[in-house]
Design a protein around this ligand. Structure first.
Ligand SMILES: [Zn+2]
Ligand SMILES: [Zn+2]
Length: 371
């Protein structure tokens, strides 16, 4: 017997179940803790599709971001480099953004409108994000798109300044053009990590000129093929915003509240990098081994970065090297010889994979209350 009402009911409850379990998370989903007073947004603001020189449709970029648990992406198509134009003509340069926006409509993923302003050196490449209209950024003179981006209240950052194709020494060269843009308030950030490359010299420029520290994938192919299959995560920027919204994210970028991340490498200003690492390591337990003054401490790394540390306490470890690693998502036990029984101890570790300035790694402290 066929009962149509029963069939409809069954269909509804199955749909409900599917909706409740609706998730696009892949095996390599990102996870970073919030820091005091801010939510940590995981963003990749430098991405290409077939609407410039990338190899995939914009919807795939949205799906990739959902699989990796990103909070925000920007499809920053080259305005001036359009190798697929004969097959995919698109006089409206906002097309890629609009397709991504439609795909992300049902999801909690922020799509930031953006474009890559593309010239040879010394102008180089820059991304303008939070623009209103990409079409208005098209011009021959390189100054024009920067002026227009400022008019649109966009956040603009210098892309891959150390890229060897534009700087054969592999070092960034701050040209008069960029100096002028900084002076005019038309350039606000700089990539210190782009694709697989990290340039300490770009970090030095960021600190010297008060530019926001950025890390991006600049992906053209598939995230899975270029990063995940090789055991890597894509580089991202962690943005410390007051809330998860476009407006809040933009404010945080202008105020330089970021950390650039690529796997175990973390780069950012001390006031954001230190609390991030502090929140990334949770003290699970601390107690003395029976009849001893050897303190057993269990630590858990809740971030997606493997964290490498060096002991900076006055106390030595009982059984491990002073240099040790806590892999992403894993727990380890260290034994500290405190020589006498204490109620609490300050665990002090230097984060060897983290940089607040070239060759400068932060020391992080945790207050350990002993059972
Ligand atoms: Zn570029
Ligand atoms: Zn690019």
């Amino acid at each position: 017997m066929k009962n149509p009402f029963f069939t409809i009911l069954t269909f509804c409850s199955v749909s409900l179940l599917v909706a409740q379990n609706h998730s696009h998370l892949g095996a390599q989903a990102f996870s970073y803790p919030d820091i005091e007073g801010h939510v940590t947004l995981k963003a990749d603001l430098h991405i290409h599709t077939v609407f410039s020189d990338g190899n995939v449709w914009p919807t795939i970029r949205v799906q990739e971001a959902l699989r990796e648990n990103l909070d925000a992406i920007s499809l920053t198509e080259h305005l001036e480099y359009q190798p697929h134009k004969a097959d995919i003509p698109h006089p409206d340069r906002n097309r890629s953004y609009n397709l991504a926006l439609a795909e992300a409509a049902e999801h909690d993923l922020l799509i930031v409108p953006g474009s890559e302003i593309t010239r040879s050196e010394p102008v180089g490449h820059s991304n303008a994000v939070f623009i209103n209209d990409a079409n208005k950024l098209m011009a021959t003179a390189p100054e024009v798109p920067f002026e227009e981006a400022k008019k649109q209240n966009a956040f603009v950052f210098w892309n891959h300044p150390a890229w060897h194709a534009q700087s054969p020494t592999g070092n960034p060269v701050l040209s008069d053009f960029q100096k002028e843009r900084i002076k005019k308030g038309e350039l606000h950030g700089i990539e210190v990590i782009n694709t697989f490359d990290y340039a300490e010299e770009s970090l030095a420029l960021a600190l010297e000129h008060n530019l926001t520290i950025m890390g991006t994938s600049d992906i053209h192919g598939l995230i899975d093929w270029d990063y995940t299959e090789k055991g890597n995560h894509r580089p991202i920027t962690l943005i410390f915003a007051k809330e998860k919204s476009l407006e809040s994210m933009k404010e945080a970028l202008f105020e330089g509240r970021t950390v650039a991340v690529y796997n175990s490498l973390l780069v950012g200003k001390s006031e954001y990098l230190k609390p991030l690492i502090q929140a990334s390591v949770i003290l699970e337990s601390a107690s003395y081994l029976p009849e001893t003054t050897v303190l057993k401490v269990v630590l858990k790394n809740v971030s997606s970065s493997d964290l490498l540390f060096e002991n900076q306490m006055e106390f030595n470890f009982y059984d491990s090297s002073p240099v040790f690693e806590i892999n992403a998502g894993e727990t380890i036990t260290v034994h500290i010889k405190t020589l006498e029984k204490l109620d609490s101890v300050e665990l002090k570790l230097k984060a060897l994979g983290a940089f607040t300035a070239p060759k400068q790694q932060p020391v992080i402290a945790w207050e350990v209350l002993i059972d």
